[in-house]
Design a protein around this ligand. Structure first.
Ligand SMILES: [Zn+2]
Length: 465
């Protein structure tokens, strides 16, 4: 059952790779621009963190709370409470390179593969995740430090700029353990080649529920440390959705006796700059997960449901600070002549709906991609759905609508050719400019004029009818 389902997924995936290689480097994005499927976890780990008052059997953390519409929301974060002043927390880090061996003989190993002149492991260790650089937010210097620490200082700028100038949450110099080899069962993973590089997709259940717990049991880390499982060119597929490139989680250590050890860990993949399958390159996945781990180490920080800024139909209920902008812009960070890539992080006031924001410059995110705080998710639906299918089409994409409800878009016929359509008063008409072999109308105005573009033997040109 699973095996068959997986193969089907892979065929789709491989075809997508072939079709999008030239046009779009965003294969791993579910919507063509995102890099991760967010993970939403239940509250079953809340208890373990709640019981941990001595801070001795998991990562160093503090607890805070806020209110929204009469409800109290509690959270835990790595480090100390910034309201209490300047304290530097340095979290021990255990890095474990994971070498995946696939049934077809392919091997993806972050400690020996050469990707952009270095191994993924070395690139990560050299990167702003661990190494210090200057950070300015809107002209304000927030610190010469690691990326996640800079983000957290900016997040709690009300304290850092007053009574906690030397507040830090840092990752210690990592202990790099020997590479762990994992044999991926034939039904749980597959590989493909694109642009001369090998890529693997692995079933998320195998990695997340089976293999990672086994690795952690084997490693048996000090639960106060953050464990980072580093991988190369791997996407995790789940329920037909491709692909998760990173995840963070907390897990009870089975080696524990009466003490409730709670290990916090990250699984993250690495993709060289310029690879053909994703724009989430180098440290985009890892820095995403480090920031989220720092702000929700127990995966149990529940907040009022918030709507994705770029997708009003998708919402989340947890304090996952990198998920709101997962499909947003990618930013460059230069360090020692090397360019690394990261995404934006939402600040706490965005989730708590605090106005004005108490973060740096009154911003709601580090790279200022958010305007105002999060939109509440409402179950009161004041809309209904209408499915639109051009008769005989294998896919239909509505793209524009005017005040009279006339809709334009394009559709793909059984010969894989794209044509334009107009839906007006319930009836379809289809059209193509002369000589076009691919037509994409994008907008229609109230006068019924349509604009868009089409393809013929020359480069793209505009149409107007
Ligand atoms: Zn995330």
């Amino acid at each position: 059952m699973f095996f068959a389902a997986h193969l089907v997924l892979f065929v789709v995936f491989a075809q997508a790779a072939a079709q999008t290689t030239l046009r779009s480097p965003e294969l791993f994005g579910s919507n063509g621009s995102g890099q991760f499927r967010p993970h939403i976890f239940t509250g079953r780990f809340l208890e373990a963190f709640g019981k941990n008052s001595a801070n001795s059997n998991t990562v160093q953390h503090w607890k805070g709370k806020f209110r929204w519409q009469g409800e109290e929301y509690a959270f835990s974060m790595v480090g100390t409470d910034p309201a209490h002043g300047s304290v530097t927390t340095t979290v021990p880090v255990i890095v474990v390179p994971v070498r995946y061996v696939f049934a077809d003989g392919s091997v993806l190993d972050p400690s020996t593969d050469i990707s952009g002149g270095v191994t993924p492991l070395q690139s990560i260790l050299n990167s702003p995740v661990f190494q210090d650089r200057d950070y300015f937010v809107g002209g304000v210097f927030v610190g010469h430090t690691q990326l996640a620490d800079a983000m957290q200082r900016a997040n709690f700028w009300n304290y850092v700029s007053s009574n906690a100038p030397d507040y830090h949450v840092r990752l210690d110099i990592p202990t790099v353990l020997p590479t762990q080899t994992v044999v991926v069962p034939a039904g749980a993973g597959d590989t493909f080649t694109s642009g001369g590089e090998s890529f693997g997709i692995i079933d998320e259940d195998f990695v997340f529920h089976q293999n990672n717990p086994q690795l952690l049991q084997l490693i048996n880390p000090d639960p106060r440390a953050l464990v980072i499982l580093v991988t190369h060119n791997i996407g995790l597929v789940s329920g037909g959705l491709c692909c998760a490139l990173g995840l963070h989680f907390s897990i009870e250590n089975a080696q524990g006796n009466s003490i409730n050890n709670q290990i916090t860990y990250i699984w993250s993949s690495y993709f060289a700059t310029g690879n053909p399958v994703t724009r989430a390159t180098d440290i985009v996945p890892l820095s995403h997960e480090v920031a989220e781990w720092m702000n929700d180490p127990s995966n149990s920080n529940f907040v009022p449901p918030w709507v994705y800024p770029r997708n009003p139909f998708q919402y989340q209920i947890n304090l996952e600070v990198e998920d709101p902008l997962v499909s947003g812009s990618i930013f460059n960070l230069l360090l020692n002549g090397q360019t690394y890539h990261v995404q934006d992080m939402a600040f706490l006031p965005w989730f708590t709906r605090t106005a004005p924001s108490t973060s740096v410059n009154g911003q709601y995110s580090f790279f200022n991609q958010l305007r105002g705080y999060s939109e509440p998710f409402s179950d009161q639906s004041d809309y209904s759905f209408t499915q639109i299918d051009v008769p005989g089409a294998i896919s239909t994409r509505p793209r524009g609508i005017n005040r009279y409800g006339q809709i334009v878009g394009n559709f793909t016929d059984t010969a894989m050719a794209r044509h334009g359509f107009l839906l007006s008063d319930g009836s379809f008409s289809t059209f193509d400019p002369p000589g076009a072999f691919s037509t994409t109308p994008t907008q229609i105005n109230d006068a019924g004029q349509i604009v868009g573009f089409f393809r013929d033997s020359s480069p793209f040109s505009r149409i107007r009818t």
